[in-house]
Write a protein that binds this ligand. Sequence first.
Ligand SMILES: Cc1cc2nc3c(=O)[nH]c(=O)nc-3n(C[C@H](O)[C@H](O)[C@H](O)COP(=O)(O)OP(=O)(O)OC[C@H]3O[C@@H](n4cnc5c(N)ncnc54)[C@H](O)[C@@H]3O)c2cc1C
Length: 802
Amino acid sequence: MKTTTRVAVIGGGVVGCSVLYHLTRLGWSDVMLLERSELTSGSTWHAAGGFHTLNGDTNMAALQGYTIRLYKELEEITGMSCGLHHVGGVTLADTQDRFDMMLAERAKHRHMGLDTRIVTPEEIREIAPVTNIAGLIGGLYDPLDGHLDPSGTTHAYAKAARMQGATIETHCMVRETNPRPYGTWDVVTDKGTIHAEHVVNAAGLWAREVAAMAGVYLPLHPMEHHYIVTDDIPAIYERATEHPHVMDPAGESYLRQEGRGLCIGFYEQRAKPWAVDGTPWDFGHELLPDDLDKISDSIEFAYRRFPVLAEAGVKTVIHGPFTFAPDGNPLVGPVPGLRNYWSACAVMAGFSQGGGVGLMLAQWMTQGECERDTASFDVARFGTWTTPGYTRPKVIENYQTRFSVAYPNEEKPAARPFRTTPMYDILDALGAVWGQQYGLEVPNYFATGDEPRYETPSFRRSNAHHATAREVRAVREAVGINEIQNFGKYLVTGPRSRDWLDRIMAGRIPKPGRISLTPMLSEAGRIIGDFTVTCLGEEVFRLAASYAAQAYHMRWFEEHLEDGVTLTNISDLSTGFQIAGPRAREVLAACTRDEVAAMRFLDARRMTIGMAECIVQRVSYTGDLGYEIYCDAMSQRSLWHTLWQAGQPHGMKPFGMRAMMSLRLDRLFGSWLREYSPDYTPAETGLDRFIHWQKPAPFIGRAAAEAARDQGPARRLAAFEVAAIDTDVHGYEPIWRDGEVVGFCTSGGYSHHLGTSIAFGFVPTAADIPGLEVEIEILGDRRPARRIDTPPWDPDGIRLRG
Ligand SMILES: Cc1cc2nc3c(=O)[nH]c(=O)nc-3n(C[C@H](O)[C@H](O)[C@H](O)COP(=O)(O)OP(=O)(O)OC[C@H]3O[C@@H](n4cnc5c(N)ncnc54)[C@H](O)[C@@H]3O)c2cc1C
């Protein structure tokens, strides 16, 4: 066995083999895979082998599309069969909400180039005749759905990797992974120790145990899962062509032809987590004992939807475990806190996603970044705050809601409340309707009087609409107060802080007492952060960005840290409030003996507010006159009482995230992962106006950003006023012009202050003219929209800066 390698991939399931293949494809051939038993000895061997492109998340759908298209290529390279059956599939809708979701998905597919179509119940009967169409409203047909042979496909990946130089060691159990001082790893196996530059954890069912060998916790958990194969069914084997797949979300089932019969699997409500205290090492090519009781309701439902099942005998019952992350997406990428240690875990649909996961990880490892935004599957979307106690209920919830309608405003309840600030009970008593960000409870809005403390999940404007309008009015007409725990905050100190920030950030680094806004770029010149930088002294800076991107940003900072700079994540140590609105200055002045009136827009000061030592920043995402006031967590309640008391004579009201996201629209402020993400460049989004081109520092991404600027972007972010009726843009809706899809939306919403619906979206630069008229397709309805050329409210920034 080799004793040195560039990469040691642990795990020979479909995901490990795909990673191995993609590494060789991108040019790394000195790579090896270590498998404790035979290939496919985890979840892979007993999978049903189904694949589909549909995924509410556009980047995940792209990974799935790539995976499916790859199989033909794999067959050609290796001469092996993946056992492909491209039979197409239809997803059923029996409620208006489910149908709305399909309309929204279908609309997204237009600009993604996916050829799905909405079908009527009669068409469903023709496509999938075993379906009882009673009660159905329609469905979504996807010609790319299909299934394959799990074992054959895994071995095809393995062969393709071997053909390009990779080695595979089976019956080679990894016992330890020990880091060396310079970032390489000793991988201790039954057959000896391998010195590897990089380690990839692709250990599937044992990913938790393998992660623990490196001293980290990965938030994933195995769940039990059943599918049933029937005896021969004449209505199936007498068909001239193979019966397509049918997904029935109401019955939480997926169905397809298997040989001369059918195969049906369930995501049942009586879901059971498996191996709660750890996956046994002696679990191998075996199944779990049948537990038909837990799927009896689902079977009964399936008998009504697919009556042929009731007459067919059961040939085989498959009951096996596979792993999920709390949100159901894979955990991919460099594991925060470790060097050269990568995750390819929690891939719950290895045959839909495994190829894409392998490609993304291999790009990350060999090229330093991926071709697309990784936010939805990056292992860093969860922080060190995750625990098995959090992960387990979230994974159960995810399993149970796998086929539920995914609403854009939905807040799922499991494992909550978990992380709360000292303000939780005070805000709760004020009627907070809570949302969750990165594990933290954050008020979405405040219900008053008889209003329910629950926002109805909906694709249309929800019951939060009126409460949000009330909060927006309070900000625009008087003063609002909002907790600002949910920013990612970092303290940068040391003699080389300014130089380092000049290299890490593309924008201007402010003078003492001032604030600047700046993009942070990757080497390829893509947007990996939009930061507020505050200079509190020549060697003391604060940074603020998205709260949910903490682990993502910390990983980047740590990778690029230099001597003479200390960076600390103070996100949960520094908290406070934002006050915003025309009376904000008077409220603040009433709380401090420090000078408030002289504070200009983008000034920062240390002040005593009531009894609390604070940092006050004259900036507000509401676009209004506003102040962000930071203190330590122990002073937060005292600071609240001071501000709240002083605010009452001025009509102060609390406001939440729904109001904040409405207020930002008035000034056309973009937001992280919507308008600004690694999928886009500064030149495309207009963030290039914050790049300090004249600074001498060779900031990261400079060459790429300059090239993009000189070339000019092919598409540009624009804002639109939309003639919406009762639903607004959420993201990825197609933009039509002259009967053609020319772009897509990034986000939108209802501006309560302006009384209009606003959307952001990309359009080709050539079409991006003042007053451009387009149509935006929302839930299947093409609504007229007109480009907004300047912020519709306070266009000269008089309120903001005055
Ligand atoms: C009943 C059922 C039906 C399914 N149906 C589908 C479907 O239709 N479509 C679909 O896409 N997905 C399906 N899945 C899910 C699919 O099986 C998984 O997504 C996929 O198998 C995950 O592959 P993996 O490589 O990540 O993990 P695994 O298959 O679990 O592979 C991990 C490998 O790592 C090895 N390993 C672990 N620890 C070590 C160590 N210390 N040293 C060396 N080797 C180690 C193991 O032996 C194992 O071979 C189904 C799952 C189940 C249970």
